[in-house]
Ligand binder design. Structure first.
Ligand code: BES
Ligand code: MN
Ligand code: MN
Length: 458
């Protein structure tokens, strides 16, 4: 177990504080991909990542796109060795609401062995583990035991559309034997996981326009269709009392879990721990499914933002002229986001009330994925995790989405190893995002070991 040379391991132990200061440097850059006022910083984060590779002697390119740059780097090519591509993202989610943060989001702060900052776990900290493991190999052995390509993008949090285009145009640039991604979570503390499934997503904005301007709700209410009323009633029609999504043919291609998989889910379920994690005293969802299944292996519908009418202090009797909602469906493998968009549009057109003009904006979509578990790469990953974390991984599906994973499967024909070092309470996308520094270092060690394990597959 653990075929990595002792000096690599020693380097990793000896450089913990350097690795941490590098992480903190990257975390200080507010690379919020969704916010164009951060564009210079997003660019700076790309450059920071590119510089890491240049220092390792990798052939490094910063590829400009219609959006944020893609960083592509490759180690010196070694004949007869497998090629692994590491995918990660240097962009982060917006940090708001700012006043909920204990320490400012772009001033990394260490408390109780965790570093708190936007991007700590998603995905700067996790992504960096693979750069540092490569550094440990190169600085001690002079080379890696295999070929590595790093593909680090700046638009994961906004749907990866430009990376998708780049891959369609230049698949040869990233030809590889498998992909490694650390952008998921462990199942719990001390329970490292290999994630074998992710949900997909279909994201929309619905805008409803009523009267030509805001009206007095006494003079006009009851006669003029209120866009806010129309919006809530249209959104409510998207899901029934049993938690079933009402878009026509929505479940047509959804494949139920096998009995064996269901048992696996059962074994990992802990309803109380889950409720404590999110601070609720009850849960709801699609009837007939457990909480874990609902989160990871069933589709879902969520309103992500909704606004209309008066938001200020006190009461204002207004009939608003417009109403807007952002909402999304999480999808499971085999569901086609484009078909869902078409059916959703038809469905809304059939229920939009008179007196309302509707605009439906289709943001990013990505299919869900499952990866095969019976592969030598998965076995190599399990051995590396056992070495780096001191315990064997559990196998889970997760409910989040990494849009590009399905592209890797479809366009490159390679499987992705989803090896997450995060925790479910790391507050991804929320205030006080954190990453446990012990998990960070365990991730570096596991990664270093993984290169040896994959190189050793014959
Ligand atoms: N790292 C997450 C994906 C993730 C979250 C995987 C939780 C497993 C568990 C990723 O950065 C992310 O947030 N993806 C977005 C994709 C969307 C913006 C297209 C997501 O899932 O909302
Ligand atoms: Mn991520
Ligand atoms: Mn994210």
């Amino acid at each position: 177990m653990g075929k990595m040379p002792a000096e690599v391991d020693q380097y990793i132990k000896a450089h913990r504080s350097e690795f941490e200061s590098d992480l903190f440097e990257l975390l200080k850059i507010p690379s919020v991909s969704a916010d164009s006022s951060c564009d210079a910083d997003t660019e700076a984060a790309a450059q920071w990542v590119a510089d890491q590779f240049t220092e390792l002697g990798f052939a490094t390119e910063k590829i400009e796109t219609a959006g944020h740059p893609i960083v592509l780097a490759r180690s010196a090519y070694q004949e007869n060795s497998p090629t692994v591509m590491v995918y990660g993202h240097y962009d982060v989610q917006p940090p708001d609401p700012l006043d909920e943060w204990t320490s400012p989001p772009f001033e990394p702060s260490v408390r109780d062995g965790n570093v708190y900052a936007r991007g700590a776990t998603d995905d700067k900290g996790q992504m960096l583990t693979h750069i540092k493991s490569a550094e440990a190999w190169i600085k001690t052995c002079g080379k890696l035991p295999l070929n590595l390509i790093f593909l680090v993008e700046g638009e994961e949090e906004v749907g990866s559309e430009n990376l998708d285009k780049y891959i369609a145009e230049h698949p040869e640039k990233i030809a590889c034997d498998c992909v490694v991604i650390s952008d998921t979570s462990q199942h719990g503390p001390g329970q490292p996981a290999i994630t074998y499934g992710l949900r997909g997503i279909a994201y929309y904005e619905l805008r409803l326009f009523g009267p030509s301007q805001d009206l007095h709700s006494g003079t006009f209410g009851g006669a003029v269709t209120n866009p806010a009323n129309a919006l809530t009633s249209m959104l409510a029609k998207l899901i029934d009392g049993e938690g079933k999504i009402q878009v026509p043919d929505f479940y047509e291609s959804v494949v139920p879990l096998t009995t064996r998989e269901r048992e696996g889910f059962q074994a990992l379920s802990n309803e109380q721990r889950f409720q404590d994690l999110v601070g609720v005293t009850g849960t709801t969802g699609e009837s007939g499914f457990s909480t874990l299944e609902r989160r990871c292996a069933r589709p879902s519908f969520d309103i992500n933002g909704i606004w209309s009418g008066y938001q200020g202090e006190g009461a204002k009797t207004v009939l608003p002229a417009k109403a807007v909602a952002k909402f999304s469906f999480r999808l499971v493998p085999n569901q086609d986001p484009e078909q869902i968009s078409r059916n959703l549009k038809t469905f809304f057109e059939s229920i939009v009330p008179p007196g309302i003009r509707m605009e439906l904006i289709d943001f990013h979509g990505a299919p869900g994925v499952v990866v095969p578990l019976d592969s030598p790469y998965i076995e190599a990953s399990a051995r590396a995790i056992e070495h780096g974390f001191g315990t064997a991984p559990v196998y889970i599906r997760e409910g989040g989405s990494i849009p590009i994973v399905s592209t890797f499967a479809d366009k490159l024909g390679v499987e992705s190893l989803l090896l997450g070092w995060g925790q479910n309470d790391d507050n991804m996308h929320s205030p006080n995002e954190k990453f446990n520094l012990a998990d960070f270092h365990r991730g570096v060690r596991t990664s270093a070991c993984l290169w040896a394990e994959i190189a050793g597959i014959v």
